[in-house]
Ligand binder design. Structure first.
Ligand code: GLP
Length: 260
């Protein structure tokens, strides 16, 4: 696990750089896309680099992490629409290249199995972008999630519904109770995971992720078992890391050729 502590713009540029590098080496790469506010800087940077002709997504595919259950197809906060707005429509993905779990499916179990099969069919995710919830969730894998979980329906905690109410006009009652999410084992299948977090509200979750014992109580801690995770945090999100000085000096001494 590599921890980079830097300003938010620098973190977004680092993540976008890793994606640009991947797509240059492997134009048909498979990306994992996350919603939430954390990845927005990365998406802005990718859109900018695409407009400059530095990166194309024409042959790439992407899979979303999660989706609310039951939000109408045209609801602006349906994650499929958020991803379309924030990144897919701003670059050149081919039609149908971006997929997400079907939060409107009649048969939720079958929809989740189909989603797992679709990811497997393309050979898995090359680079997964992740945010983290203040309670340590990744995707929508709330505390108590099985560390071996696959895509399935979950019930959101009150904490997550309160955190996400800002996207629903501040009204927690409008935030759905259920979601479909890639499981922790699904996420662990990605070959490179880039997790980005900023702000003091994430400091405790980042401390557990990097330095805590692996536990379903802090689901992101499963990433300690992954061989290639980049944790990108600003000073506020890093403020509870005991090893912050070590991470800063390691990054300062990092060979330029190494990349994330
Ligand atoms: C939601 C998403 C997660 C995201 C988290 C943090 O619950 N399902 O994928 O990581 O929120 O969101 P934010 O980045 O807005 O803090």
């Amino acid at each position: 696990m590599e921890v980079v502590i830097a300003a938010p713009e620098e973190l977004a540029a680092l993540a976008a750089g890793a994606i640009e590098q991947l797509l240059t080496a492997k134009p048909a790469a498979v990306l994992g896309l996350a919603t939430g506010s954390s990845p927005l800087g990365i998406y802005d940077e990718l859109a900018r680099r695409h407009a400059e002709g530095r990166v194309t997504f024409a042959q790439a595919r992407a899979f979303m992490l999660d989706e609310y259950v039951g939000l109408a197809a045209d609801h602006p906060e349906r994650y499929r629409n958020v991803i379309e707005r924030e990144i897919a429509s701003r670059v050149d993905f081919a039609p149908g290249a971006v997929q997400g779990p079907d939060g409107l499916a009649d048969d939720v179990v079958a929809a989740c199995a189909r989603y797992e099969a679709a990811i497997a069919e393309v050979g898995g995710v090359d680079l997964q972008i992740l945010g983290i919830g203040s309670d340590g969730h990744v995707g929508f894998n709330e505390p108590g999630s099985s560390l071996a979980s696959r895509t399935r329906i979950k019930t959101l905690t009150d904490q997550t519904r309160t955190d996400n109410a800002r996207f629903f006009g501040g009204d927690v009652n409008l935030v759905p109770h259920h979601c479909l999410t890639q499981g922790l084992a699904t996420i662990m299948g990605a070959r490179h995971i880039v997790l980005i977090a900023t702000g003091r509200a994430k400091a405790e979750a980042i401390h557990h992720l990097v330095e805590g014992p692996v536990s379903a109580m802090w689901p992101a801690t499963i990433l300690q078992h992954h061989p290639h995770v980049s944790v990108l945090v600003d000073a506020a999100a890093a403020s509870r890391l005991q090893l912050a000085d070590y991470f800063r000096s390691t990054y300062a001494a990092k060979p330029a050729w190494q990349g994330l």
